[in-house]
Design a protein around this ligand. Structure first.
Ligand SMILES: Nc1ncnc2c1ncn2[C@@H]1O[C@H](COP(=O)(O)OP(=O)(O)OP(=O)(O)O)[C@@H](O)[C@H]1O
Ligand SMILES: [Mg+2]
Length: 329
């Protein structure tokens, strides 16, 4: 995870175009150990005596696409991502699939910050158990889209998983597939086979990750279906919990964000199956706009990305809000 030089650094500044709603493009809290991911800023925070190490995870309003952090922020996106993640953490706890890193969302538990900083954090922060992240992105695909479809068209496989002939773009796969990617420190995450991932982090770890990922995906897909949504694919991150002395344990924990429109493809179910691109409630709207920029020779997928027009920003937050509304609290 890198300090990203392409993300705007004006914390609490108004989003481009102003308006009533301010975006949080970056944070600068007086806390130790800051790491800036593409979207989240993470800090180390004190844990009560005898408790395991903790971090503060702040979902900013940054947006990344094609692994590039764009110079425009989407005001309120971080709060919606947090709200959606919290709903899923709760459901996954009910399903008893795996434990997770969430401890609290209460910024009043964070010591050493100002009241304004606390207000900024409200709704967009999670206090979490610190884990040792497994450097594998656990992708599950139930439907064929994006780079998965491109690969299937070329060689009948997705990330090394052979699929039957005759599948269509935006079509359902016979079974959800687990297609891991390496978590790159810089640049693009790279799709790898299960075997390559097993070589990197161990066969039994990968088996546990696959089982948990597929189980969550299947249960989450059912929840989505009841709410008129299709969860086409998603990406999870897991880590090994640390004990109170900071030693890595064998307890595998669901970390980071979960099943958000940043990490997943959500389609409106009634728009799927017509052979045309389904209406999506995720980043696809931004990706499609960027692809048009690329086709026009205005961008080459390298940082810095282009500024997003106001209407693209507005339509994107509308989609994230609709996803949150449809998924339910
Ligand atoms: N409980 C945790 N303990 C330690 N690190 C965590 C924990 N939860 C999440 N992280 C890490 O915090 C960072 C969150 O930043 P962010 O979500 O912006 O990630 P990223 O890896 O840059 O981008 P992306 O998620 O799009 O691949 C990630 O590096 C993630 O692995
Ligand atoms: Mg992440």
């Amino acid at each position: 995870m890198q300090e990203n030089s392409h993300a705007p650094r004006n914390a609490l500044s108004p989003s481009q175009g102003g308006g009533q709603c301010k975006s949080v493009d970056a944070t600068n809290l007086p806390l130790a150990g800051k790491r800036a991911g593409k979207v989240r800023d993470v800090y180390d925070i004190d844990a009560p005596t005898g408790a395991c190490p903790r971090i503060l995870v702040v979902a900013t309003d940054r947006i990344s696409a094609f692994d590039v952090v764009l110079p425009s922020a989407i005001a309120n996106k971080g709060k919606l991502l947090t709200e959606i993640s919290l709903g899923w953490f709760e459901r996954i706890r009910e399903w008893k699939i795996i434990s997770d890193h969430l401890i609290s969302t209460d910024p009043d538990l964070v010591q050493g910050i100002s009241n304004d900083q606390r207000d900024m954090l409200r709704g967009r922060c999670m206090i979490c158990r610190k884990v040792k992240i497994v450097p594998i992105e656990c992708v599950v695909r139930g439907w064929l889209a994006g780079s998965g479809y491109t690969e299937y068209k070329n060689n009948g496989r997705v990330c090394g998983v052979a699929l039957p002939a005759g599948l269509h773009q935006w079509g359902k796969l016979p079974e959800p597939i687990f297609t891991p990617a390496s978590k790159a420190h810089e640049g693009h995450d790279e799709n790898i086979s299960f075997e390559q991932a097993a070589t990197a982090v161990g066969e039994s770890v990968m088996q546990r990750l696959r089982l948990a990922s597929i189980s969550i995906y299947k249960s989450a897909s059912e929840h989505c279906a009841q709410r008129g949504l299709i969860l086409a694919d998603t990406k999870f991150e897991f880590g090994f919990a640390l004990d109170m002395h900071g030693n890595v344990t064998d307890e595998l924990v669901l970390a980071d964000e979960v099943l958000t429109p940043d990490s997943s493809r959500y389609w409106i179910a009634s728009t799927v199956g017509a052979g045309t691109e389904p209406q999506s409630l995720d980043k696809q709207f931004v990706r499609n706009w960027l692809l048009a920029q690329e086709a026009a020779g205005l961008w080459n997928r390298c940082p810095p990305g282009p500024m997003l027009p106001e209407d693209v920003i507005a339509k994107t937050i509308e989609r994230y809000q609709q996803a949150a509304d449809m998924l339910g609290g």
